[in-house]
Design a protein around this ligand. Structure first.
Ligand code: PMT
Length: 404
């Protein structure tokens, strides 16, 4: 982070006191910190505190021009490598979402082209208010990065979500942001499609068949590909994880919907990874009304779903195709069968009988197969690290290297 210029926006929330520690830690890490406070923030912490910690003048008023040679809000906005708003109040998020620029900080936020990172802090009801949630969703879609507030005791007396993340964690987030920005981008210019989650096969309007996929593995792959510079599309079925940012997300509930979403985009893709757990069968038809409890037994007839990966294997031209296999026994035999039958370039097999691998876990243990057999066996790793290693092997193969 050394040598970076960060604007630290401080809004009028009680967590403004934590912004002083954040300012100090960023400055100690070699960052040039320009603090911009709202009028309300100055009622909670004195600007002199930030001036002493940052060794820079603190800006509050848009018309308080310190240097006649420049227009200060534009000059600051242009010089920033990142703008960090901590604490970000519901009011400031609303202004940012709707392009309102009526003070120095909101004007800089509108004028800057630098990445914006916000650490919200507010009362739990203000946080969960649909207006705040809608503003945050809009901002996420526009690429604003959120450092999520924690759950805990709030200054207003409530217990809930809304407590600003600790300064140390925000510093780490900022550090990771700059590191990701500067990391090599070997997938720049490439289009990547990842499927994630478990499909939902409807029985009636309130009941369905699904599986335990959380979306973690697919999202880890999407985030890793995004950070390597790829233009990423995620086709997400039922997931329990927050959607990844900075990627295009297409929702597809059933196998049939996923088939349509994937096949219609396949031609333009360079790399496709099918990490979703797709149901092999679906009810022959979904009842239009809730099925009533009548007999002692209920017979449901299932019909085979199309195999999306197999179809991709048939259509494959330039695309590099990676399949997954969730197995509980004879992992290599089944994995190799799927690799050949579905014409994959690589097949990632996870032994889902393990408690620390496969569905819903934070970690995974995979063996990656190519047409010659096991190509890479990975130890127990986080799903993000597993994703990094899968993509590294794929990149090597896409560049034409490393294969016997
Ligand atoms: O989401 P998580 O909780 O993180 O869990 C991750 C995971 C266990 C779901 C993931 O690592 C995984 O193994 N995904 C594939 C699960 C699966 O459906 O495996 P399979 O062996 O049934 O299918 C083999 C391959 O064919 C998969 O790439 C699957 O997406 C694809 N397939 C299967 C059936 C079908 N009708 N169409 C398909 O495209």
């Amino acid at each position: 982070m050394k040598g970076k210029t960060v604007i630290l926006g401080v809004c009028g929330g009680i967590a403004a006191y934590k912004a002083a520690a954040l300012c100090s830690k960023l400055t100690q890490a070699g960052v040039k910190v320009h603090v911009v406070m709202t009028e309300s923030a100055t009622k909670l912490v004195g600007p002199v505190t930030f001036q002493a910690l940052s060794h820079e003048a603190v800006r509050i008023d848009t018309f308080d021009e310190l240097d006649p040679g420049v227009i200060s809000h534009i000059d600051l906005a242009d010089r920033a490598d990142a703008v960090v708003v901590a604490p970000a109040t519901a009011n400031m998020l609303a202004k940012l979402a709707h392009g309102i620029a009526d003070d120095m900080l909101s004007t800089i936020l509108l004028a800057t082209t630098a990445p914006i990172l916000v650490a919200p802090a507010m009362n739990v009801h203000m946080y969960s208010n649909p207006a705040t949630q809608a503003n945050m969703e809009l901002l996420r879609e526009r690429g604003v990065q959120f450092i999520e507030p924690g759950i805990g005791q709030l200054a207003c007396g409530y217990l809930g979500k809304g407590r600003m993340e600790e300064p140390e964690a925000i510093v780490e987030y900022v550090r990771a942001h700059f590191a990701a920005q500067e990391a090599p981008k070997p997938l720049a210019g490439k289009k990547v499609l990842i499927t994630a989650g478990g499909t939902v096969e409807r029985l009636d309007p309130v009941r369905y068949f699904t599986n335990d996929s959380s979306g973690k593995m697919g999202f880890a792959l999407a985030e890793a590909a995004r950070d390597k510079g790829a233009e990423v599309t995620v086709v997400a079925a039922r997931v329990s994880e927050p959607l990844p940012r900075g990627v295009t997300v297409v929702r597809a509930e059933s196998a049939l919907q996923m088939e349509e979403a994937v096949l219609s985009r396949f031609a333009e893709m360079d790399l496709v990874v099918k990490a979703a757990a797709v149901a092999d069968y679906r009810p022959v038809e979904a009842a239009p009304q809730k099925i009533k409890k009548t007999g002692e037994t209920l017979q449901v007839t299932l019909v085979k779903n199309p195999d999306i990966l197999e179809e991709l294997g048939k259509r494959k031209e330039k695309q590099f195709l990676i399949g997954f296999a969730a197995e509980t026994e004879q992992v290599e035999t089944y994995a190799m069968d799927k690799l050949h039958r579905k014409n994959c370039d690589l097949l990632v097999a996870n032994d889902v009988s393990r408690s620390d691998a496969g569905f819903g876990t934070e970690t995974n243990v995979v063996t990656i197969f190519d047409k010659n057999g096991p190509a890479l066996s990975l130890p127990l790793l986080s799903k993000r690290e597993t994703a990094e290693r899968i993509l590294a092997l794929a990149l090597e193969r896409m560049m034409g290297g490393g294969q016997a």
